[in-house]
Design a protein. Structure first.
Length: 763
C-alpha cells in the first residue's frame, strides 16, 4: 500500500445539511481508498458582517491558509457555498490562494477549474411542467440568487427556458434575486408586491422558501393554496415546513462523491472535464395534494426489479446513512417486498406468514427507517401500494387482511415517530448537560501552563471524538477582517487525544512545521476523517484544533470550536497573568533588597540630603508624640532663607543651590541627634528640636553658626535665615503638627520684618 493521500474539503460549515451530505458522499466514495479527509469549514468568505451577532465569523477563513502543497494532495471546493455572500472577484481571488495541487469544484462552475454540478434543468422542468399540466398555472415567479452564483444562474435559465417553451411572456417583476439564505425577507416582499397575482413561485433553494413562507403569511397568503411554492436541494428543513415544501431533490451526497471521484482521477494524472449529477422533482403539500402526483402502475409497484429504485425514492436520506448503518435497511426492505409480492401474487391466506411479515416490517421501522424519509414521501407510497395490493385480491377476507396489514404498518410508523420524539428530547437534554459540563470544565483554570490545554480535549467523549489535536501559535495573532492572514511556518502541538486518551506533548516535541500538521509522530493511524477549526476570540486567533468528524460534531462542532476558542483565550490571559505575577514578585524581591535606599529616596530631599516635605511631615508627628510621652517640651521651627532670589539673579542658580545645601548642613549640625530638620519648600525649612537649649539659646546658636560660616567663606555673598518658633509643651496631648506650623509661620512673618539684608559682602 502506497503513502496515504490527504484531501481537503472546503465548504461553508459542518452543521448545515448540504455540507454534511456532501462530506458523507465524499467519505463514502473514498471508503476503500487509502485517503485522509480534512474538512475545512470557511463559512462565507468576504461576507459583510455588519448587523450580524458574530462579527468575528470571518476568522474561519484563516484555516485555508494552513493548506500547503506539502500537506494536501488534492482539494474539493464547494466554491458557491463559501462564496455565496461575496462578489465573484473575491471568490476568484480566494481560489488563487489555494496551493498548487489538483482542485475539483463541487456545485460550482469557475473558468479554469473542473468539477461536478447538478443538472439543474432536469428537476426544475419536471416541477414546472407539473404545475402547468395539472393546474394550468402560467403566472410563475422566481425568488432567485446572485447572477455570479453558477447554480442560481443555471436555475434561473431553466425557469426562463420553460416559460419560453410554453410561450409564457416573462416580465421583469416576476424575478427578484436574493442572497440564497433565509434572511431574504426583503426580496420576498419585493417579489410578492411586484407580482401580486402570482400563482406559483420557484425558490432558488429550500432555505430561501422559509423567507417566502413568512412573508406570505404576513400578507394572509397560504402556501400551497393561494400560491404554489417549490424549492431546490431537498433539505430536511423543507419536509418539516408547514405545509411541507415541494422541492428538487439534488443529492449533495452523490455530488460530493462524484467530486471526489473526479479529484481522485485528477490526482492520478488523468484529464477530467466538468460532469453533472441528475436531479428529480419531489411533490409535497406546497403543491396541494400529493397522493396523485405520479402515476405508478401495479406492475411497477409490485415488480421486484423496481423495488430498489423505490427504496431510493422513499428512503432517500439513506444514501448517506448507508455508510454507517449496520442493520442494512436496504437489504431488509428488498427481502420484505420480495415476501409481500410473493404473498400477493399467490393470493395466499397463510396467517402465520402474514404475521411474520408484519413483525418484520415492525422491525424494519424499529431499526431506524423513519430517519431516512419523511411522511410526504412514505405515506403516499404506502397508500398506492395498498391500492395495488387490493387490485390483486378478489375475496373479502383477503382484502381485509390487506387493510389490517397496512393499518398495522401505519400504527408502527406512528409509534416509532413518538419514540423518536421522546428519544430526541432525551438526547437534547443530555446534549445540553454535556455542553454545560464542557463550558464549566474547559474554563475551570486557576493557573495556566501547557497542561491546561489537556482540558480542551479531555471532555470530548460526549461527541464521540476519539482523536483531537490542539495547535497553538507561539504568540496569538490579531487578525482583522479583510486582512491577509500570515500563517507562521511553525506551530506548537500542545495536547492530543489518542483513541480517547488525552495526552500532553513534551516541550521538545511541540514544534511542528505547518506542512506536517496532518501527518506527524502524534497522528499515527492509517486513515482518518477530521475537521480543522480555528481557535479564536474576537479579532485574536490562538491556533487551530483538528478533531474527528462524528455524527455529533456534524451537529455541534461549531459550538465546540467556539467554546474551545474561548478556553484558549482564558489560558492565554492566565499565562500572561502568570508572567506579570512572576515579574511583580521579582520586582518586589528587588524592592525588598533595596528597601532602605528606596525609602530614603522617597523621603529625602534630592538636593540637600535632609528630609523632604513628605519625609518631614511623616516623621515630625511621631517625634513630637514621643517627646511628649517622655514628658519633655519640644520646639518647632519654621525657617526661611533670606534673599535667595537675589543670589540666584546676581550669581546664578548654582550658587543658590549651594546656599540651600549650606543651610541644610548648618541646621543639621546644630541639632545633631536632638531633633529633625527638613526642606519643605524651595527656600523653606522646618525643624523639631527637643534638646537642652531653650528658644533664645537655639535662636542665638543658629544666628552665630551662619555668621561664623560667612566669615570663613570665600563666597561674595552672605547666607542667612529667619526663624519662627512654636513651643510645644509636654502636657499638650492633642497638639498637632499643623497647629505648630501655623504658630511658627506667624512668628516667622514677624522675624522676616527684621531679617539681615547684608547680602553682598563689603557693602
Amino acid at each position: 500500500m502506497g503513502k496515504k493521500k490527504t484531501i481537503a474539503f472546503l465548504t461553508s460549515g459542518i452543521m448545515d445539511s448540504l455540507s454534511k451530505e456532501a462530506y458523507m458522499g465524499i467519505k463514502n466514495a473514498a471508503l476503500n481508498d487509502n485517503v485522509n479527509i480534512i474538512v475545512v469549514p470557511l463559512k462565507y468568505i468576504g461576507r459583510d458582517l455588519s448587523g450580524m451577532p458574530d462579527k468575528s465569523e470571518y476568522q474561519y477563513e484563516v484555516t485555508a491558509s494552513f493548506l500547503k502543497k506539502e500537506n494536501v494532495d488534492g482539494i474539493i471546493v464547494a466554491a458557491d457555498y463559501i462564496g455565496c455572500l461575496t462578489t465573484r472577484e473575491v471568490l476568484l481571488d480566494f481560489m488563487k490562494t489555494l496551493p498548487d495541487v489538483p482542485v475539483a469544484l463541487m456545485a460550482s462552475k469557475i473558468p479554469g477549474y473542473v468539477g461536478a454540478t447538478f443538472n439543474n434543468k432536469q428537476g426544475i422542468e419536471d416541477a414546472l411542467e407539473y404545475l402547468f399540466t395539472k393546474y394550468d398555472i402560467r403566472k410563475i415567479g422566481m425568488l432567485g440568487g446572485p447572477e455570479d452564483n453558477s447554480d442560481a444562474s443555471e436555475r434561473k435559465a431553466a425557469y426562463l427556458e420553460f416559460l419560453k417553451k410554453h410561450n409564457i411572456e416573462f416580465k421583469e417583476n416576476w424575478f427578484v434575486a436574493g442572497d440564497l439564505t433565509q434572511r431574504c425577507e426583503k426580496e420576498a416582499a419585493e417579489l410578492l408586491s411586484g407580482f401580486p397575482d402570482a400563482e406559483a413561485i420557484f425558490c432558488v433553494n429550500d432555505v430561501t422558501a422559509i423567507a417566502l413562507y413568512e412573508e406570505m403569511r404576513k400578507r394572509g397568503l397560504e402556501p400551497g393554496i393561494d400560491i404554489r411554492v417549490f424549492g431546490f436541494d431537498n433539505e430536511v428543513v423543507g419536509s418539516m415546513m408547514n405545509p411541507s415544501l415541494s422541492t428538487i431533490d439534488a443529492s449533495t451526497f452523490e455530488l460530493g462523491g462524484h467530486a471526489y471521484k473526479m479529484l481522485s482521477r485528477m490526482m492520478k494524472g488523468e484529464k477530467v472535464d466538468n460532469e453533472t449529477v441528475p436531479t428529480r422533482f419531489i411533490c409535497r403539500d406546497s403543491f396541494g395534494s400529493v397522493v396523485d402526483v405520479i402515476d405508478h402502475s401495479g406492475e411497477q409497484l409490485l415488480n421486484m426489479k423496481k423495488v430498489n429504485s423505490y427504496f431510493d425514492q422513499v428512503f432517500y436520506r439513506y444514501r448517506y446513512g448507508e455508510i454507517t448503518d449496520s442493520s442494512n435497511l436496504r437489504i431488509s426492505f428488498l427481502l420484505l417486498m420480495e415476501e409481500l409480492i410473493d404473498i400477493v401474487n399467490n393470493k395466499e391466506k397463510d396467517t402465520a406468514r402474514i404475521r411474520r411479515l408484519k413483525d418484520n416490517f415492525r422491525q424494519f421501522f424499529k431499526n431506524g427507517a423513519m430517519k431516512y424519509t419523511d411522511y410526504d414521501e412514505l405515506i403516499p407510497y404506502l397508500e398506492r401500494l395498498q391500492g395495488e395490493i387490493l387490485k390483486r385480491l378478489n375475496d373479502f377476507n383477503s382484502k381485509q387482511y390487506a387493510y389490517d396489514f397496512m393499518e398495522d404498518i401505519l400504527k408502527q410508523i406512528i409509534k416509532v415517530q413518538n419514540n423518536n420524539i421522546v428519544k430526541h428530547d432525551d438526547d437534547m437534554d443530555q446534549m445540553l448537560y454535556s455542553m454545560k459540563t464542557l463550558v464549566r470544565d474547559s474554563l475551570n483554570f486557576s493557573y495556566a501552563n501547557d497542561l491546561s490545554y489537556l482540558e480542551l480535549v479531555a471532555h470530548l467523549d460526549w461527541m464521540n471524538i476519539k482523536n483531537a489535536y490542539v495547535y497553538i501559535f507561539e504568540r496569538p495573532v490579531v487578525h482583522l477582517q479583510y486582512e491577509t492572514f500570515n500563517t507562521p511556518q511553525v506551530i506548537n502541538l500542545k495536547a492530543v487525544l489518542k483513541d480517547g486518551v488525552p495526552e500532553s506533548v513534551s516541550f521538545n516535541k511541540q514544534k511542528v512545521l505547518i506542512e506536517n500538521i496532518f501527518e506527524n509522530d502524534e497522528i499515527n493511524f492509517d486513515s482518518y476523517n477530521m475537521v480543522m477549526m480555528p481557535l479564536f476570540f474576537g479579532d485574536t486567533v490562538f491556533g487551530i484544533i483538528i478533531y474527528d468528524l462524528t455524527e455529533m460534531t456534524l451537529k455541534n462542532g461549531e459550538f465546540l470550536a467556539n467554546q474551545l476558542g474561548t478556553a484558549a483565550r482564558v489560558i492565554h490571559i492566565l499565562k500572561v497573568n502568570n508572567e506579570v505575577q512572576k515579574e511583580l514578585e521579582d520586582n518586589i524581591a528587588i524592592m525588598r533588597q533595596h528597601n532602605i535606599e528606596l525609602d530614603k529616596l522617597s523621603r529625602n530631599d534630592v538636593l540637600t540630603g535632609i528630609l523632604n516635605r513628605r519625609g518631614f511631615k511623616d516623621t515630625a508627628p511621631e517625634v513630637i508624640h514621643q517627646n511628649i510621652t517622655k514628658g519633655n517640651d519640644s520646639l518647632f521651627l519654621y525657617i526661611d532663607m533670606n534673599n535667595l532670589k537675589i543670589i540666584n539673579d546676581r550669581f546664578g542658580h548654582e550658587e543658590g543651590d549651594f546656599s540651600l545645601k549650606t543651610i541644610s548642613s548648618i541646621l543639621a549640625d546644630i541639632i545633631k541627634n536632638d531633633g529633625i530638620v527638613g526642606r519643605i519648600g524651595g527656600d523653606e525649612y522646618a525643624m523639631v528640636y527637643f534638646g537642652e537649649m531653650d528658644q533664645n539659646t537655639l535662636s542665638h546658636k543658629i544666628k552665630e553658626s551662619f555668621e561664623n560660616f560667612n566669615a570663613a567663606s570665600d563666597k561674595p555673598y552672605n547666607i542667612s535665615v529667619s526663624c519662627g518658633f512654636c513651643k510645644i509643651k509636654k502636657d499638650a496631648k492633642w497638639f498637632t503638627l499643623e497647629e505648630a506650623m501655623s504658630i511658627a509661620d506667624r512668628d516667622l512673618y514677624i522675624a522676616k520684618q527684621n531679617k539681615d539684608n547684608r547680602i553682598i559682602k563689603g557693602i
